[in-house]
Design a protein around this ligand. Structure first.
Ligand code: C2G
Length: 129
């Protein structure tokens, strides 16, 4: 079984996220999503989520491509996650290109093209108009 992992906040879930998750699952048989906790988002990514972790987790677990959702508590857990879950492939959108190449010592690293013209930030901005 080929295992794939990806990381993110996935707040205000949108079709750009779904495109990423669909393509990530196409790379293997089992997709793990490491979902940024509220604390990690606020303390390390300066992101205030609209939906709290448990709601974002509920939404992700309802997606056919997703097999397991685990918490992302910090920037440093990726190597131990890859080892613990015996991950074959790490996937992120290419806004992160190069940032996680250190994982190439442990698994395949793939950066996929982002879906253009959609983001959680854009949704929030549009709703204020
Ligand atoms: N994404 C995408 N296209 C978009 C928007 C997002 O492909 N239009 C991808 C991002 O590249 C990322 C994933 O969807 O791979 C989740 O996006 P975010 O929730 O914004 O994740 P981020 O805050 O970048 O967190 O340790 C890594 C971080 O947790 C990544």
């Amino acid at each position: 079984m080929k295992k794939v992992i990806t990381y993110g906040t996935f707040d205000l879930l949108h079709y750009g996220h779904i495109n990423l998750l669909r393509r990530a699952k196409e790379q293997g048989d089992y997709l793990i999503v490491a979902l940024s906790t509220d604390e990690f988002n606020w303390n390390s990514k300066q992101k205030k989520c609209y939906f709290p972790y448990e709601k974002r987790k509920l939404l992700l677990e309802a997606i056919r491509y997703v097999d397991l959702v685990i918490p992302e508590n910090n920037w440093e857990q990726k190597i131990s996650d890859v080892k613990e879950f015996k991950v074959d492939t790490f996937i992120m959108g290419d806004d992160w290109k190069g940032k996680f190449d250190f994982l190439k010592d442990y698994c395949e690293v793939i950066y996929l093209p982002r879906t253009p013209e959609i983001s959680t930030t854009q949704i929030k901005g549009d709703l204020k108009k």
